[in-house]
Design a protein around this ligand. Structure first.
Ligand SMILES: Nc1nc2c(ncn2[C@@H]2O[C@H](COP(=O)(O)OP(=O)(O)OP(=O)(O)O)[C@@H](O)[C@H]2O)c(=O)[nH]1
Ligand SMILES: [Mg+2]
Length: 338
């Protein structure tokens, strides 16, 4: 069904949750009208502070998110929560628990909570998360909290979408080692050891501190990620967490890092959209006469496959192909994103 985009955007701007929900559904469903939506949103966005929260399943991300929502609400901010589930093609199901965990905010008009599934989408998380974030940003939320379950690459991906990345760990989950394995130690701007009411929280914090220190080659003025201990279920340590976030934000602003990160994020977004578009065009070529003609020339020995691919890419993009061939041997096709 065709959507009246200007009206929808206007209503979202007024904070109408149904309009916001509708726009995010357009993102989730990769609607053909997204182009129009994004054009309408572009001038409205760029104000929200985007915080990513990631960590192993059950570490306390949703509980912490809910506690952060309370803290920011107390400070008079409008807050949106985007719970991204990279493992599911359906939103809702797996995140039902989150909704219960955050139900205390359900009737607060200053809070918007939404879950989103990304699996099975072209471009996945890298494609859909920034667009959903832009919807929330344009809708006037001061803070957007993005919760992602730590499954492999997704947390590193989500970190690249946020202004500030929070990595959560909990004692007794072997999280320290897992964090090192998953590359999480590279992405945290703030570390939280949650469930500090349990044994081993100090040891986890120490281990983390040690691991973070190992790679240390920081210049004066560089950001040193703080480690905050919390009992999210009781709201303990949450104020310290907010303080760490605000410090990081101030540091980023002071050092031009915020603008840098946002520019890098936009660049990746454009890249993802462009690569997706190219890939679609290339996928459309199966059975295309141009492709068949090139293939016939390869078979007859008149053309090598790299030169043929160059010709194809040049024909699709209007750009000359890369005649250098692939950087790392066969198999790295033109359509694969970086
Ligand atoms: N003891 C203790 N339990 C906590 C604390 N914070 C959260 N929990 C509990 O840990 C469980 C998981 O919390 P969630 O907030 O759902 O964790 P999550 O990281 O969002 O989980 P997924 O979204 O499933 O990955 C719940 O039963 C919480 O009540 C805490 O500080 N201490
Ligand atoms: Mg959760």
């Amino acid at each position: 069904m065709k959507v009246d985009v200007p009206t929808l955007v206007e209503q979202a701007r007024l904070g109408r949750p149904r309009a916001v929900a509708r726009l995010i559904s357009l993102v989730e469903g990769a609607s053909p009208q997204l182009r129009e939506v994004m054009a309408a949103l572009a001038p409205l966005a760029g104000h929200a502070y985007v915080v990513g929260l990631t960590g192993s399943p059950g570490v306390g991300k949703s509980t912490s998110t809910s506690a952060l929502v309370s803290a920011y609400r107390k400070a008079g901010k409008r807050v949106a929560v985007l719970a991204v589930d990279p493992s599911s093609p359906f939103s809702g199901g797996a995140l039902l628990g989150d909704r219960i965990r955050m139900s205390e905010h359900a009737s607060d008009p200053g809070v918007y909570i939404r879950s989103m599934a990304t699996r099975g989408h072209l471009g996945g998380l890298a494609w859909s998360a920034p667009q959903a974030i832009r919807v929330l940003d344009a809708a006037g939320f001061d803070v957007v909290l993005v919760e992602t379950v730590g499954v492999g690459q997704s947390e590193v991906e989500i970190a690249s979408q946020a202004d500030t990345s929070v990595v959560l760990l909990a004692p007794g989950m072997g999280d320290g080692i897992q964090a090192a394995k998953a590359g999480i130690l590279e992405i945290g701007d703030v570390y939280v050891v949650n469930k500090a009411d349990r044994d081993g929280a100090d040891a986890t914090a120490r281990e983390l501190n040690h691991m973070l220190g190992l790679g240390e080659s920081r210049e004066p003025g560089d950001w040193r990620p703080p480690i905050v201990k919390t009992v999210a279920a009781r709201g303990e340590g949450v104020d310290e967490g907010v303080e760490a976030l605000e410090k990081h934000r101030a540091w980023m602003e002071e050092h031009g890092v915020l603008a840098q990160r946002r520019t890098a994020r936009a660049a990746r977004e454009v890249e993802t959209i462009a690569v997706t578009a190219l890939r679609e065009r290339i996928a459309d070529l199966h059975g295309d006469r141009r492709l068949d003609a090139l293939a016939e020339r390869i078979v007859s020995g008149g053309l090598d496959p790299y030169a043929a691919a160059d010709e194809l890419v040049a024909g699709l993009t209007g750009l000359p192909g890369d005649s250098q061939g692939p950087p790392s041997g066969p198999g790295r096709g033109y359509a694969s994103p970086a």
